[in-house]
Every structure is written in structure tokens, then in C-alpha cells.
Design a protein around this ligand. Structure first.
Ligand SMILES: [Zn+2]
Length: 232
């Protein structure tokens, strides 16, 4: 109902409607104010869970063409094996990057040393940059992942032998809140000499690979790794 008092409008509202409305409004304000905290609380209410890719089965028939331990023309791992360095593999397109550190192997010709250089590019899957220091003792690789990255397991299953597939999937384990939307980072570190692979998931901050100390950093969709040659 509406009445006019000296040109001003007044509304009549039942107290039983008015107070609940005020109450709701206050709740709404509080909700907006504490939105982040409430979301965080909800996220944590489900507890943590481990995500693992265990149990993938290799569909590769010819073991000799395994992307990691074999000699496939489609994998640069075979080519980099000679240098004995370490690198990064983008698992969704099997793009292989090498750290530009000076090779300790005397038999590697200077032209193939590949340090003191920087390379960068876009594979269609990742954007990367890789550079080495003047001394050849330090190098870094930075990878920017696509916004909605998600590990595609079929390329691994189709191109890795079972042994290598197990090694790679082991590096992909990570933990998350049960209600959190989080994907495995489709990258790993690789030692070209031993063909061992190491995690680049966000919990992994660093490791020693032979005489190379690796420091890993994650920021948004960027993953960067710095390598230091710590040999005496
Ligand atoms: Zn293999």
C-alpha cells in the first residue's frame, strides 16, 4: 500500500517481511566480504587427495622407437643423448628442450656445445625460452603453459615403452584439495645420459641430477628451472 505525504513516498511493509529482508541483506554483504575465506574453507572441507596417473598401458609395439629410450625420428631425446646434458620435455607434444650448459664431454665438438646462446619459441602447446650463461656453468629454461592446460596421456601411451611410461607417470603425481580444480603440469625434467626423468610439479622445488643442481619455480602458468653445474 502506498500513501502520499507532502509529495514524499512511503511504503508500508510488514515487520515479518522487513526484518528477514534486512537479515538476508546483511548476510549477503558478509558473504561478499568474506567470499575468499568462505571459498577457502569450502575448498579445504573436502581434505587433500593424491592424483596419480599410475596404471597407464603402453600401446607402443616397437620398443626401439620409444621416444625416451629408443631412437625415434620424432623425438629429440636421441639426438641430445650424445651431449650428456639435461633438459625439459613438454609431454603433450613431446617437445624436448636442452639446458645450454657447457658439455663436460671432451668429445663434443665446440660447434655443438650450444651454450652462451639463447633460444625461444612457441610449439603451439608451450611458449619457451632457454638460455645459458657466458661461463657455461649455469642455464635456465622458462616454459609458459596454455591457460587451460591438461595432460594428454595418449601421446605417452602411444610412444613410450611400458618401462619409460611408468617412469614418466611417476613424475606426474601431485596433491590437491579434493574440490580444487588442478591439473598435472605436462612437463618433466630429463637426464639425457641416464634417461631418468624428474618431476616438475608444483611441489618440487629442486633436485640434484648427477653434478647438476636444479632449482624449480612456479608462478601462475609459468614454470622455470635454473641449472647449476656444481662439479668440482
Ligand atoms: Zn622406453
Amino acid at each position: 500500500m502506498m500513501k502520499k505525504y507532502e509529495g514524499k513516498r512511503y511504503y508500508r511493509i510488514r515487520a515479518t517481511v522487513f526484518w528477514p529482508t534486512v537479515g538476508l541483506f546483511i548476510l549477503l554483504l558478509l558473504g561478499v566480504y568474506f567470499k575468499d575465506e568462505l571459498y577457502e574453507k569450502w575448498l579445504r572441507s573436502g581434505g587433500m587427495e593424491d592424483v596419480t596417473f599410475e596404471g597407464l598401458t603402453s600401446a607402443l609395439e616397437d620398443k626401439a622407437s620409444c621416444y625416451l629410450c629408443g631412437s625415434s625420428d620424432y623425438s629429440l631425446v636421441d639426438l641430445f643423448r650424445k651431449s650428456g646434458r639435461i633438459g625439459v620435455i613438454s609431454l603433450n607434444d613431446w617437445y624436448v628442450l636442452e639446458f645450454h650448459i657447457k658439455s663436460r664431454d671432451e668429445s663434443v665438438p665446440l660447434s655443438e656445445e650450444g651454450y652462451r646462446t639463447s633460444t625461444f619459441g612457441n610449439t603451439g602447446e608451450i611458449i619457451y625460452s632457454s638460455e645459458g650463461s657466458y661461463s657455461g656453468k649455469m642455464a635456465s629454461i622458462e616454459v609458459t603453459l596454455p591457460e587451460d592446460f591438461r595432460l594428454q596421456t595418449d601421446i605417452l601411451e602411444n610412444n613410450l615403452c611400458q618401462e619409460c611410461l611408468d617412469k614418466v607417470t611417476e613424475t606426474l603425481d601431485f596433491r590437491k584439495w579434493r574440490y580444487e580444480e588442478k591439473e598435472a603440469i605436462p612437463l618433466c625434467l630429463v637426464d639425457f645420459r641416464t634417461q631418468e626423468v624428474y618431476s616438475l610439479q608444483d611441489w618440487h622445488k629442486g633436485c640434484l641430477i648427477r653434478d647438476y643442481w636444479v632449482e624449480i619455480e612456479h608462478e601462475g602458468d609459468k614454470v622455470s628451472a635454473d641449472v647449476y653445474d656444481v662439479a668440482e
